[in-house]
Design a protein around this ligand. Structure first.
Ligand SMILES: [Fe+2]
Ligand SMILES: [Fe+2]
Length: 407
């Protein structure tokens, strides 16, 4: 438990940090704010190896990925092989022209070796029709056509790293596996479906969240919380954690299963609008500029627009998405709603979202321990979060050891 006995100066700084962090989706670095200097990331970054004979290409890729990942560069296969004896990276980017035998030979050796066969690989090529590409397709590996845009590069890297985490979900008990595989499918498909004008059935989204509610009702959701750790899609990780905690909160308040499904679905969809926020803003390691803050905050309006396209969406799901950044004193966004304008659902969503942001692990801030996060939320005072609900939420979490351990 964090001690509340602090000097008045450190207390004020701490509360300001919490407010800035939660307002900005946890985007401002605590380390950066504490001394005004960009500090190294708090948690170890995932390591990406780049194997490419062309120094400039390697350098461009490394430059684009540094900050998000620890990057190491290799000019040929022997140099890669030597380094793999000491370190297992989270991903290897292999160029088709890698000496001495080409990228295909590198990929084959990596896949055949017991030590390296499960490392995600993305092959890089200038041509979409080569034998190298066929090999990548057959092995279900990532492909990056050069020259690649930043967006395409991030997509390929993130997808490959996520896939390795998702493959491990197959070992989970059925309900837990379904909870994660069905929600990630919704998370991936929904924006495309909306952009393509395809009809979205709320019932199917809701059903994808049913295993989360089942897990919550059976007090068996620590595997879910552990299962999403290490996934490279932060928005998904955050949304699933919010869904689990919202459903758990609702169950604690005695709500029926139907309402728990609305809470779980609302949690999964509450930040849907972040699909429209550029990667460099969502994952920026340092301080956001005023313009970037505006872009970040626009995710709520984008969520409302996207959810508006879904027929028969319960009002509760929309409320969670539209009001989770509002504050009781009217200083929240997007509409500055205050007091009685915020119903119980909006107040619950705000509490869970702040708690999620504080306990989430990001590359630029530590994941606060649950009890420390709860202390920080209480220090934020009565103008932001509903104090009665916060007390109930706090009791619920501190009474559920399995949640606290898994967070
Ligand atoms: Fe949000
Ligand atoms: Fe959120």
């Amino acid at each position: 438990m964090v001690s509340l006995a602090r000097s008045s100066v450190s207390h004020i700084v701490r509360v300001q940090e919490v407010c800035a962090e939660t307002q900005g989706e946890g985007v401002v670095s605590l380390a950066e704010r504490s001394d005004g200097v960009d500090a190294p990331p708090y948690i170890p970054l995932k390591t990406v190896f780049i194997v490419d004979p062309l120094t400039r290409h390697r350098g461009d890729l490394a430059e684009a990925l540094r900050g998000q990942y620890e990057v190491e560069e290799f000019a040929d296969a022997p140099a890669l092989k030597e380094r793999l004896r000491a370190l297992r990276p989270s991903l290897i980017l292999v160029d088709e022209a890698t000496p001495p035998d080409g990228g295909g030979a590198v990929v084959q050796r990596l896949r055949e070796s017991q030590a390296t066969h499960s490392i995600p690989i993305v092959g890089m090529t200038r041509s979409g029709g080569s034998r190298f590409v066929s090999l990548l397709h057959e092995a279900e590996l990532g492909i990056l056509i050069k020259p690649a845009t930043l967006h395409t590069l991030y997509d390929a890297v993130t997808h490959a790293i996520c896939k390795s985490v998702e493959d491990e979900w197959q070992t989970l008990e059925e309900n837990q596996r379904l909870a994660l595989t069905q929600t990630i499918a919704v998370f991936r498909d929904l924006p495309d479906q909306i952009m393509n004008g395809e009809p979205i059935e709320y019932v199917s989204i809701r059903e994808s969240c049913a295993p989360i509610v089942t897990a919550v009702c059976n007090n068996q959701f620590s595997d879910l919380l552990n299962g999403v750790k290490g996934h490279d899609n932060y928005s998904y990780v955050h949304s699933v954690r919010v869904a689990i905690l919202l459903a758990h909160f609702g169950r604690e308040l005695g709500l029926p299963r139907d309402d728990l499904l609305t809470l779980g679905t609302g949690g999964v969809l509450h930040d849907l609008g972040k699909v429209a926020i550029p990667h460099y803003v969502l994952n920026k390691p340092g301080r956001l500029t005023p313009e970037e803050w505006v872009v970040m905050r626009s995710h709520v309006d984008r969520s409302i627009e996207l959810l508006d396209c879904i027929e028969h969406l319960p009002r509760g799901v929309m409320t969670i998405a539209a009001q989770h950044h509002e504050k009781l004193d009217g200083t929240g966004y997007p509409h500055g709603l205050k007091g009685s304008e915020l119903n119980e659902l909006a107040r619950m969503a705000a509490i869970v979202d702040v708690f999620g942001a504080l306990t989430d692990q990001r590359i630029y801030k530590p994941p606060h321990a649950p009890d420390a996060a709860l202390d920080m939320m209480r220090e934020m005072g009565p103008n932001h979060l509903d104090q009665h609900l916060l007390t109930l939420f706090r009791s619920m979490l501190l009474d559920t050891a399995s949640v606290v351990q898994a967070l």
